[in-house]
Design a protein around this ligand. Structure first.
Ligand SMILES: C[S@@+](CC[C@H](N)C(=O)[O-])C[C@H]1O[C@@H](n2cnc3c(N)ncnc32)[C@H](O)[C@@H]1O
Length: 245
């Protein structure tokens, strides 16, 4: 069976790779990793190298930080899918893993890749292995329960625009923000204006040597965060069982 497996390798700490993912990374014929065109070792790649020998790892270049749906990004998806499809032509019946940070079903390049490779490789079996997401890691490291009782959770990419982020904050739900590094001032302003700054927790570089976790109110209101920054805004809670009331 020709198999492509999208495997989540967590946000950064290699100890946060599941046993299932580690087993696959140890035995797959090849492990593809997404990298930016800068030539640097990719974030997923750094974790993969704890579990797979370098000779089984192949880089696939993506326009990882293009924020819009650009032609350059479309071209990168096509080129990446063609590279993976070529590998299957040369290794019929092989198993390829594609590693992605966090979970492969949460804002992951795997979604686009799998769709395109399916169209190129007949009889391809696509499977998924979940991974621990950045929001789960930040919740655990900062001791912030994400949701309790009847509370609701919105996961919000700041690239969707600050207005929709403000709407989610005004509703009072638990809100998690991703992809806001360059938009940190707008993100903090939205928290202040909706009176949700107190209790919000910021985490950058989770599980990595540069990890920085702190209350959002301690951040420079005009500063910028790195691309790998996550924010948890818990609902206002008043004591045990608040979310059940
Ligand atoms: C393209 S999304 C990938 C999400 C990932 N698939 C997940 O399940 O968490 C990239 C965003 O994930 C968050 N992220 C991923 N890894 C992180 C880390 N180590 N530290 C902080 N935020 C991280 C950041 O908000 C970043 O902008």
């Amino acid at each position: 069976m020709t198999t492509l497996v999208g495997v989540g390798v967590g946000p950064g700490d290699p100890d946060l790779v599941t046993v299932k993912a580690a087993n696959l990374l140890a035995k797959a014929d090849v492990v593809f990793v997404p990298v930016a065109d800068s030539g640097e070792t990719g974030r997923a790649e750094q974790t993969v190298l704890f579990y797979a020998e370098a000779w089984r790892v192949q880089r696939v270049v993506f326009a990882l930080h293009d924020r819009q749906h650009t032609a350059r990004r479309e071209q990168a998806w096509d080129d990446a899918a063609a590279q993976v499809a070529r590998w299957f032509t040369e290794h019929p019946g092989g198993t390829a893993a594609f590693a992605t940070i966090g979970d492969p079903c949460v804002y992951s390049t795997f979604t686009y890749l799998a769709e395109t490779v399916r169209g190129l490789v007949g009889g391809l079996d696509v499977q998924l292995i979940p991974g621990i997401t950045a929001m789960q890691d930040l919740a655990a490291r900062s001791g912030t329960p994400l949701v309790e009782g009847r509370e609701m959770l919105s996961l919000f990419p700041m690239t969707a625009g600050p207005e929709r982020f403000r709407e989610a904050l005004r509703r009072g739900d638990a809100v998690v923000a991703y992809k806001f590094g360059r938009m940190l001032p707008e993100t903090l302003a939205a928290l202040r204006d909706t009176e949700r700054l107190d209790g919000a927790v910021y985490g950058a570089g989770l599980g990595l040597p540069e990890e920085d976790i702190r209350p959002a109110r301690d951040l420079d209101p005009m500063g910028r965060g790195p691309y790998l920054s996550t924010l948890i805004v818990p609902p206002k809670r008043t004591g045990r069982g608040h979310g059940l009331r």
